[in-house]
Design a binder for this molecule. Structure first.
Ligand code: FAD
Length: 432
């Protein structure tokens, strides 16, 4: 393919990696100059009406580590990364004029805030979008988006039978050294973004850093070094330590690793080590992740509505006192409290914990589930708009669970934490 003597801009979003990165690869193939850009919207740094920032410190730290790694990986192929915290529209115009940008390459998003950002792209720049966040590419699923089933099992079975997972692609070849820009803004620091340093907590289940390299290291550890993958189905409901589940959500959320790369590694593992119900189950969970993306693609902004995609009209409360008690881990349920304190101290909570605290918030105290979801959005390092709002809707009885269920938290604590090891670990935390 003849390269065009123009600049292709790669807009990095939640696809912060260089391998299996279609936007980047396409730009490198098409242009003789390529520049990367990442935008940190100022809205992420502001405090919401609920008293917490849209992006709290744990996620901010992980994001900065991720960007630092991306910058160095791009540097190795002679591409500069321009990180902006300023006015998005003006930055785009400035880059367009300075570097004769004709084309923009990026991952397609469809939720409102992301679409608003897309609207700022100058109209004379040609855009090339990729659905790079999926396990099953939208062109490969055996149904239209309008016909995505409302029941997960139906979706999963159809995809497993009739779809394929595309093979990951390599990191693109290096551009010539003169492709690098002579000066780009530095990666911001936590301090410059208005955050103070997070306290490290030795009890954390996620002693990891952000970035593509750390993602592959974790996958190697979980799959090949410790072979934890062979026991995933039995251990995945655990609560303490780094072993009980993959923790790959941390990097999937930022796109530091693609679900296709994880899938390819699972297949390799099945050939070389063992193929069992655990190896299958990890892929099963990745299909859940895809499913929530398809649900929001189908229902668009309805996933943010109080009535959810079912348009249910339950009575909801916004009792501020109770919301604060839930946030502080100071409810009558010790299991909820332990989980909320873990989240507050580390930016992570297990899947079992998330289900219980969400159910307690929405079904026991009947609080407006969107406030709970917004708190998760602020605190979770692995925050992903589709998985977060999809799971919250599900647990609040306004999403993809036809049964309107409530978790019996005390029973769950008895079953998953019978000797109270987890609760004792986190309940020692002084009240906030
Ligand atoms: C109320 C609530 C909010 C949630 N918010 C998020 C969120 O913002 N971001 C997020 O990535 N996950 C979210 N989850 C899903 C799930 O809890 C996490 O993906 C999981 O705990 C991450 O840990 P892991 O990587 O060790 O998971 P593993 O058990 O190792 O699973 C492997 C991967 O499968 C996917 N996965 C597993 N369970 C789910 C699920 N229920 N829904 C969607 N994908 C799943 C994740 O990508 C995960 O990394 C939420 C769940 C609940 C109940």
């Amino acid at each position: 393919m003849q390269k065009r003597k123009t600049t292709g801009l790669v807009w990095f979003r939640n696809d912060l990696r260089v391998s299996d990165q279609h936007a980047l690869s396409q730009a490198v193939m098409a242009h003789d100059r390529v520049v990367g850009i990442y935008h940190i919207p100022t809205s992420w740094l502001k405090t919401t009406p609920w008293g917490f920032k849209k992006m709290e410190g744990f996620r901010a730290k992980f994001l900065l580590e991720t960007l630092q790694q991306l910058r160095s990986d791009l540097d190795a192929i002679n591409i500069s990364l321009w990180i902006t915290t300023g006015n998005w529209k003006e930055t785009l115009l400035e880059l367009q004029q300075k570097h004769q940008v004709t084309d923009l390459y990026g991952q397609k998003e469809w939720t409102q805030e992301e679409v608003d950002d897309e609207m700022e792209i100058p109209t004379d720049i040609t855009t090339h979008w990729h659905y790079d966040q999926f396990l099953f590419h939208p062109d490969d699923i055996p149904m239209t988006v309008e016909n995505i089933p409302e029941v997960f099992t139906v979706f999963r079975k159809k995809c497993e039978k009739h779809s394929i997972v595309r093979a990951p692609i390599e990191t693109p070849p290096a551009m010539p050294p003169e492709n690098k820009l002579s000066n780009t803004p530095e990666t911001p620091s936590l301090l410059s973004l208005g955050y103070s340093k997070n306290k490290e907590d030795s009890r954390t289940a996620i002693p990891f850093s952000g970035g593509e390299k750390a993602a592959w290291e974790r996958m190697n550890e979980y799959f090949w070094e410790t072979e934890q993958l062979s026991y995933y189905k039995k251990t995945r409901n655990g609560l303490l330590g780094k072993k009980y589940s993959s923790k790959l959500s941390l990097w999937l959320a930022f796109g530091s690793i693609s679900p296709r790369s994880i899938y390819a590694s699972v297949k390799k593992y099945e050939q070389k080590i063992i193929k069992n119900d655990s190896t299958y189950w990890l892929v099963f969970e990745l299909i859940w992740r895809d499913y929530f993306k398809y649900i929001s693609l189908k229902h668009q902004n309805r996933v943010f509505h109080l009535g959810g995609i079912l348009q249910k009209s339950y009575e909801w409360e916004d009792n501020k006192h109770r919301i604060q008690k839930w946030i502080d881990g100071n409810t009558p349920e010790p299991f909820v409290n332990a989980n909320m304190r873990e989240l507050r101290c580390t930016g992570f909570m297990s899947n079992r914990g998330r289900q219980n605290v969400a159910s307690f918030f929405a079904k026991e105290w009947k609080l407006d589930w969107r406030i709970g979801a917004a708190y998760f959005e602020a605190m979770l390092i692995d925050y992903d708009v589709h998985s977060n709002y999809g799971n919250w809707m599900y647990n609040a009885g306004v999403g993809n669970d036809p049964r309107d269920r409530k978790f019996n938290v005390a029973w769950q604590a008895e079953r998953y934490d019978p000797n109270k090891k987890y609760q004792n670990t986190w309940l020692q935390t002084t009240l906030f």
